[in-house]
Design a protein around this ligand. Structure first.
Ligand SMILES: [Zn+2]
Length: 276
């Protein structure tokens, strides 16, 4: 593991990678590393006005905008939103995809989550983890010689175990890039998510006004429990990593809990993979 690194972020839906790991991805891209985002479903369910076909096409276009804005590859599986199942066929799909990307670090959700797609996406990632190196599983796609490090992105679920970060990362200096990426998820950030919170009227009209709103009230309100308070929630982790004083100054952070099913995070791999 040296030279150009490869980060793979797997999200259940088209907006999850940007929300949970947009900052880490921006840091990787800025340092010249390769980043791939994968949405395990087509995002065709989450809207109060648009039907599934139009919505899937729109969500695809939004991921293409994110790819261009962040400088990442963005793949979307043609699995219906709300219908992801931890089947053998989907496990094989995950195995093949991860092998083809051949990442040094994979980030995805934990299986404790409110949304079935999130739970099963996490399950599929866990089920694929060890099989990545087993040659007789999906033999047409060459197996990896070693497992990547696998990490979970932050969530706020408490049972059966709360998220416990191993690494808390300062992403303050790429926050604008992350907001730019989130701004591409127009149908989510300005329509569906505000709708689910009963806050549609709060969303401004103009493009610049919306981005401004998203960067301030909008985002903090919409994903209050999942993203914005990572720095405050895990201030201790930031102090450990960056020193007490610098840790206190961090405004925006993203956190990773290392999965036991991937390669272990040694001091050396930690320094390489989490270089910022
Ligand atoms: Zn989601």
């Amino acid at each position: 593991m040296s030279g150009t690194l490869c980060l793979l972020v797997i999200g259940p839906h088209p907006d999850d990678c940007s929300i949970k790991a947009g900052g880490i991805a921006a840091k990787y891209v800025e340092a010249g590393h390769d980043v791939t985002f994968l949405s395990a479903t087509d995002g065709s369910a989450g809207h109060h006005e648009m039907g599934p076909q139009k919505l899937a096409a729109r969500r695809k276009r939004e991921t293409e905008a994110v790819a261009e804005t962040l400088g990442v590859e963005y793949q979307v599986f043609n699995i219906r939103d709300g219908a992801l199942e931890p089947t053998l066929a989907n496990r094989r799909r995950f195995i093949r995809f991860i092998r083809e990307v051949d990442p040094d670090l994979v980030l995805g959700p934990r299986p404790n989550d409110y949304h079935p797609d999130h739970r099963y996406c996490a399950q599929l990632l866990q089920d694929a983890a060890y099989m990545l190196i087993v040659p007789n599983v999906c033999p047409n796609t060459p197996s990896l010689s070693a497992n990547p490090v696998i990490g979970y992105v932050a969530d706020h679920f408490q049972k059966p175990t709360p998220f416990e970060p191993d690494v808390v990362l300062d992403v303050t200096d790429v926050e604008e890039r992350k907001i730019d990426a989130l701004h591409c998820h127009e149908s989510q950030m300005y329509e569906w998510l505000p709708y689910t919170f009963g806050e549609l009227e709060a969303v401004p009209e103009g493009d610049a006004e919306r981005r401004e709103w998203l960067a301030n009230d909008g985002l903090s309100h919409l994903v209050a429990n999942t993203e914005m308070n990572v720095a405050d929630r895990f201030r201790e982790g930031l102090a450990d990593r960056y020193g007490a004083e610098a840790g206190m100054q961090v405004e925006h952070a993203e956190a990773v809990e290392i999965s036991e099913y991937g390669a272990p995070l040694t001091d050396e791999t930690a320094e390489t993979l989490f270089f910022f």
